[in-house]
Write a protein that binds this ligand. Structure first.
Ligand code: FAQ
Length: 315
């Protein structure tokens, strides 16, 4: 391809983006745009799948049948989100098996938050309220992502995340209004999940290497710090409403900017967790590898059945 036709393709592509026209799988796109999407969507898919583990840990220990049924449904929803997202990467030419191997061999990232343990039932409340709450804050703008299949997948994902967020808040509210021991359990879960939830939004804007280009391509619509601030502003009053306190002695409302100001985030902890040294990184990847191994016979049986059936149909 000569340089002028490449320039023309690139300028047509950017003008579609500038005019809010979605990019679809068969449209021409720059290779960096494709690779950025595969990177982000596959990390997102891995997060949904690994994200089933901390809550899956409590399904058998839910305090009653209603709580068990709701938690089971939520965890199944996260599996569904992972599957839509792997499908979205396939529309970009990625190979799902390769992406999953990358996760299992420690070559792929997934959200830092899922490397923290779930120590009590209140953690199910904290995850729904804070983790799904942060996920929604980040994913609602992704419904307007320039890449059609990702944007459309996000519409359904966000509807489900919003149910998840409310079920988590309802657990926290019940515990916060319960016995002193239950309230203490809720406060302890908030204490442990607050800072990791703020870290979910990614490095601060000064150090985020992908944000500027992703915003130019309208993959991202807001910076990491903008979304983190929106989350803090929405969540602090919710904690106050149920009588809990966010674990930040310096948090203060700034009446001029109309935002809360927080203490600095511990970025060293964030990068330790992202780079494989969080409390549960090894356990999470090992659990996913084990699940794949345990399911080999099911996949083999399904393939054998499909082959036999197509042979019978062809005969
Ligand atoms: N953890 O330059 P940036 C959920 C990496 S889903 C680990 O700012 P970008 C649902 C980043 O990948 C939660 N790594 O990157 C649920 C990049 O690494 P690379 C997941 C992180 O892409 C709830 C490097 O740092 N959501 O919770 C993290 O512009 C309950 C530099 O960062 C999504 O994936 C992190 N927290 O912005 C499930 C949403 N942050 O690739 C179960 C889609 C950053 O250069 C239970 N993703 N990194 O090696 C996004 O919006 C973006 O990818 C960001 C990062 C905002 C996460």
């Amino acid at each position: 391809m000569n340089p002028s036709s490449l320039e023309l393709l690139e300028s047509n592509f950017q003008s579609k983006i500038d005019n809010e026209i979605k990019i679809e799988p068969k449209d021409w796109m720059p290779d960096d745009y494709r690779q950025t999407l595969i990177r982000q969507i596959s990390q997102h898919a891995h997060s949904e799948i690994v994200g089933m583990l901390p809550e899956g840990n409590w399904i058998t220990r839910a305090p009653n049948l209603r709580r068990k049924a709701v938690l089971l449904a939520k965890v199944q929803d996260e599996a569904g989100h992972g599957l839509y997202l792997y499908s979205a990467t396939e529309t970009l030419g990625a190979d799902r098996e390769q992406l999953i191997d990358d996760l299992h061999e420690g070559r792929a990232k997934y959200s830092s938050i899922f490397n923290y343990p779930t120590l009590s039932w209140a953690d199910m409340g904290a995850i729904g309220w804070l983790v799904d709450g942060a996920a929604i804050m980040n994913q609602v703008p992704l419904c307007r992502c320039s890449y059609g299949p990702y944007a459309r997948a996000m519409v359904r994902v966000c509807k489900e995340e919003s149910f998840h967020q409310r079920q988590g808040f309802e657990i926290m509210m019940s515990l916060a209004n319960g016995s002193p021991a239950q309230k203490e359990m809720a406060q302890d879960a908030l204490n442990r999940f607050w800072w990791p939830a703020l870290m979910m939004f990614g490095p601060n804007d000064a150090t985020s290497k992908h944000t500027a280009q992703s915003m130019k391509w309208k993959i991202k619509r807001h910076t990491n710090d903008e979304l983190r601030q929106q989350f803090v502003d929405a969540t602090v009053p919710q904690a106050e409403l149920i009588g809990l306190t966010v674990p930040d002695a310096n948090i203060v409302w700034n009446d001029e900017t109309k935002h809360y100001e927080t203490s600095p985030i511990n970025w060293d902890e964030f990068w330790q967790v992202v780079n494989g040294n969080g409390p549960c990184n090894k356990e999470r990847v090992a659990a996913r590898k084990q699940a794949k191994e345990n399911g080999t016979w099911v996949r083999d049986a399904a393939m054998a059945y499909a082959k036999k059936r197509s042979a019978l149909v062809a005969a």
